[in-house]
Design a protein around this ligand. Structure first.
Ligand code: ARG
Length: 471
């Protein structure tokens, strides 16, 4: 096949080289952005008097025809034409003749591919933002639905202090709110228009980059042509955002897997979100949570891969940069799938509050409150800690819990104990007493749920603004 760049070459490309250097097998998903970018470019060329209005019209009609063909499945992508840009340009010339060759005036594939990926990512940021916001809504709903459930809170995976299950859900809520914030940062850095940088140095034609930016709904234009074609920060930031988000989902997955085990029995996953075993008939496995935890690895890998690709590159474009796309696309797919399946899994979980409460009744999660009781009676905290530590040891030796102790037993550990001690260390009191801002008391959790709803509303408006600025 004759190459668009064939003029300088006396020999055909080695077939292996064609295959090795081609990106069409994966960059074909940029067809929509490529065509929209070309249409904006063609309009600009006419507006600036670089090509005629008639030629532009023919070019635009041709591009729209190609778009329709691709969407109808009537377009064969050719490896010999290397990438999406040359597949479309070549077809354009076949359709409309030599006038198609005018489209690439004042443009290079280097700024073209940068334009396409910026546009593609902007669109996917909106899709992912929407899915993330929906997962946040699912977390908030799960918190609200189970607002009275008390569970053991852990440090070192050892029972520590009782907390509201809703508080635990809200921890993930606020964690993922930060992810949404990071996504806004990715948007900002993706919303910069690179076209017009040419191959690296700008162009000799009197182009209007701001016109193209406006046509394609970009908020800004790259200030430096070398930077415009070399920059992959927006992708790296997206991959970092995705890595941190997946790390968060992986932590939640770990808890869901633990909680749904026979050892914990804190939650039950819906049958629709579990799978069975081909040999053990009794099994109901939390595959979704496990796979999200597992897929975190590939997303970290894509971040590491692109950082490594970019680290040694001299300015400006180098073919190494073609390696940016597969990891980016796979990350987009993985994150979208993980977010949507997670929201539906969360909405389906049954929370076993009784089991959680029974667990708490058999342990020493109220020990800190017993020490705080003594502090409120005037004992320095360090001494109170010692007193309660001894009481716990005594209980372990005698097979009791702290609330099993009689007042006489309490008094043996400290004369400060009075008959209000038992009320001071019930599980419900322990939770309600943690009423400091951001704490686990029902009052604070209600306030946090209220803040959560306002955050969701803000996200809704934010996404709406973004939606108006994508193609
Ligand atoms: N397929 C290429 C990529 O994905 C497009 C840019 C090619 N530019 C070049 N000078 N070979 O990076």
């Amino acid at each position: 096949m004759t190459k668009l760049w064939g003029g300088r070459f006396a020999k055909n490309t080695d077939i292996m080289v064609e295959e090795f250097t081609s990106s069409i097998s994966f960059d074909n998903r940029l067809y929509k952005e490529d065509i929209a970018g070309s249409i904006a470019h063609a309009k600009m060329l006419a507006k600036c008097g670089i090509i005629s209005d008639e030629d532009t019209k023919i070019i635009i009609d041709g591009l729209n025809g190609i778009l329709a063909d691709i969407e109808a499945g009537n377009f064969t992508f050719e490896i010999a034409l290397e990438d999406i840009h040359m597949n479309i340009e070549k077809r354009l010339t076949e359709r409309i003749g030599p006038v198609g060759g005018k489209l690439h005036t004042a443009r290079s594939r280097n700024d073209q591919v940068a334009l396409d990926t910026h546009m593609y990512l902007k669109r996917e940021i909106v899709n992912i933002g929407q899915l993330l916001s929906d997962l946040l809504a699912a977390l908030l709903e799960t918190a609200e639905k189970n607002r009275d459930v008390i569970m053991p809170g852990y440090t070192h995976l050892q029972r520590a202090q009782p907390i509201l299950f809703a508080h635990h859900m809200l921890a993930y809520f606020f964690m993922l709110v930060r992810d949404f914030g990071r996504l806004k940062g990715v948007w900002e850095r993706s919303d910069i228009m690179p076209l017009g940088a040419g191959a690296l140095a700008g162009t000799t034609f009197p182009i209007d980059r701001h016109f193209v930016a406006n046509e394609l709904k970009f908020g800004a234009v790259y200030d430096n042509s070398l930077d415009a074609v070399s920059d992959r920060d927006y992708m790296l930031e997206f991959l970092s955002f995705s890595s941190i988000l997946m790390m968060h989902l992986s932590r939640l997955s770990e808890e869901i897997i633990l909680w749904s085990s026979a050892e914990f029995q804190f939650i039950e996953l819906d049958d629709a979100h579990c799978t069975g075993s081909s040999i053990m008939p009794q099994k109901k496995n939390p595959d979704v949570a496990e796979l999200v935890r597992g897929k975190t690895g590939r997303v970290f890998g894509h971040l590491m891969a692109l950082l490594t690709v970019a680290k040694g590159l001299p300015l400006a474009y180098n073919k190494d940069l073609q390696e940016d796309k597969e990891g980016l696309f796979d990350t987009i797919d993985t994150v979208k799938f993980s977010l949507s399946i997670y929201a539906s899994m969360l909405r389906g979980i049954k929370v076993n509050g009784t089991k959680m409460l029974n667990t708490l009744r058999q342990d020493f999660s109220n020990a800190t409150d017993m020490a705080d009781y003594l502090v409120k009676k005037g004992l320095p905290f360090r001494q109170a800690h010692e007193v309660v530590g001894k009481s716990v040891r005594y209980c372990i030796e005698t097979g009791k819990t702290l609330t099993d102790l009689s007042l006489d037993e309490f008094k043996e550990f400290s004369p400060l104990f009075a008959d209000d001690i038992l009320d001071a260390i019930t599980i419900e009191t322990c939770v309600a007493a943690r009423n400091s801002y951001g704490g686990t008391s029902p009052e604070q959790v209600e306030l946090a749920i209220g803040r959560g709803h306002s955050i969701l509303k803000e996200q809704y408006y934010q996404l709406d603004t973004y939606r108006k600025n994508i193609i």
